[in-house]
Ligand binder design. Structure first.
Ligand code: NCD
Ligand code: ZN
Length: 424
């Protein structure tokens, strides 16, 4: 055994004191007692599978003033995220094969944690040409930061039919473009009115017809209407920490909390957190969408939509788990197990044969979020002052990557989908 990591691990659905034996980057044995060449004893601290964030915007290529694969993946690592999926709304968009391959090259060189790339879809592209290189496809039903729109049913149908034989997940930004109100906005409240809850519910209802033939995943659900609409189809769904912890009243500073879909009133926030706590939401996803302070400080109407969150996502939810607002099992399911199962990764659980992606936390150490302690290039967070439990150690495939607030390992992030091949 190369390495044995010992502590109170999430194993077979509960916390138990075990030894995790690691060989060649994988979990080889889990037993009460194990001896390895190296032994790390975390005593009564808890060991969880690394989180998988299925929705991030790492901004490379084309917008590296906001973030890049290096800074974004370091932020991920410090937040216990050992694998992230990157969205296609970069410059260029990840729609055509050459552009996907180029992004993959960049991420492979720069990422500190494992990653998957989402492919974009336009009304004229053929998603089958990139299916072997992407972890899933992303469809934007409404206009948002840098998106390629598929707002009409006929275009969505064309895309879904082409994607069907690839069996890939289709993650959809579900807001109905036809129900958005285009007018000047001066506040978070205006933004929420311009992108109403009805638009979310309507988009989800329109997607129900595809949910039998495709694996349709509804991104960032925000509202009670949206939650109700989910029952109309066979969907998986995501919730973000910002929609579960922030609302239109909690965020005054200019356009900093402007995000799509928007923050909602307190009642929706509470309904969403309750739905998450009851296990009705499949996935915890940050929708990490960093923009610079300068961009966010513009007049509200001109400020871009999106908030950072890859580093704070799991730690914020872990603090809620400590207070028993959500169950630890529900959190691990949504952040680790279900993402791995849905996207077919050999990760997401402490089990023999899985990648040894682990985080170690001390639930007694609750900190308050401070922007300067975070690692995203954007340098700010909408969660300043909120309670969080950050991991003290993070392992990627058995290699220690984060230890006591510092980066200690080597840059070794890998694509979870396919080995790089010569472009067809
Ligand atoms: C995202 C971004 O900035 O890339 N913005 C956002 O408000 N969530 C785009 C998106 O997913 O809508
Ligand atoms: Zn997004």
């Amino acid at each position: 055994m190369d390495l044995v990591v010992e502590g109170r691990a999430w194993y077979k659905g509960k916390l138990q004191h075990v030894c995790i034996g690691i060989e060649n980057g994988r979990i080889a044995r889990v037993k009460k007692v194990l001896k390895g060449e190296r032994q790390l004893d975390f005593n009564d601290r808890i060991i969880l599978p690394g989180a998988i964030d299925v929705h991030t915007h790492m901004r490379e290529p084309g917008m590296t003033r906001k973030e890049d694969f290096s800074t974004g993946s370091v932020a991920a690592a410090f937040g216990g995220v050992t694998c992230f999926f990157d969205m296609p709304n970069t410059k260029p968009q990840s729609i055509h094969r050459d552009d996907v391959m180029e992004k993959k090259e960049l991420a492979s060189k720069k990422s500190w944690v494992d990653f998957g790339l989402f492919g974009g879809v336009s009304d004229a592209s053929n998603p089958q040409r990139i299916a072997d290189q992407v972890v899933g496809f992303k469809i934007f039903m409404s206009s948002t930061t840098g998106s390629v729109l598929l707002s009409e049913d006929k275009d969505i149908r064309r895309a879904m039919d082409l994607i069907k034989p690839t069996k890939k997940v289709v993650s959809v930004h579900a807001e109905d473009e036809h129900l958005l109100i285009k007018r000047e906005e001066a506040s978070i409240r205006d933004h929420a009115e311009a992108r109403p809850r009805r638009a979310e519910a309507s988009a989800i209802e329109r997607l129900a017809q595809f949910s039998q033939q495709n694996k349709v995943n509804i991104c960032h659900v925000t509202s009670l209407e949206g939650l109700e609409a989910l029952s109309k189809g066979a969907f998986t769904s995501e919730a973000t920490p910002h929609h579960m912890l922030l609302d239109i009243a909690s965020c005054g500073r200019k356009g900093f909390c402007k995000v799509n879909p928007p923050l909602r009133p307190k009642s929706d926030k509470e309904a969403l957190l309750a739905a998450f706590a009851s296990g009705k939401i499949s996935l915890l996803a940050s929708d990490h969408a960093p923009h610079t302070v300068e961009e966010k400080e513009q007049e509200f109407d001109s400020a871009p939509s999106g908030v950072p969150g890859v580093e704070t996502s799991f730690p914020l939810m872990m603090a809620l788990a400590r207070k028993e607002r959500i169950g630890l099992g529900v959190l691990i399911k949504a952040a680790c197990e279900t993402p791995a199962q849905l996207f077919g990764l050999n990760k997401g659980a402490i089990e023999e044969g899985k990648d040894a992606d682990l985080m170690v936390l001390d639930p007694r150490i609750v900190t308050s979020i401070v922007p300067r302690n975070l690692h995203s290039k954007c340098g700010w967070t909408p969660f300043e002052g909120q309670e969080a439990i950050f991991p003290q150690a993070v392992f990627l495939r058995g290699q220690l990557l984060v230890e006591e607030g510092g980066l200690v390992g080597e840059r070794n992030g890998r694509d979870v989908v396919a080995k790089r091949r010569v472009a067809a």
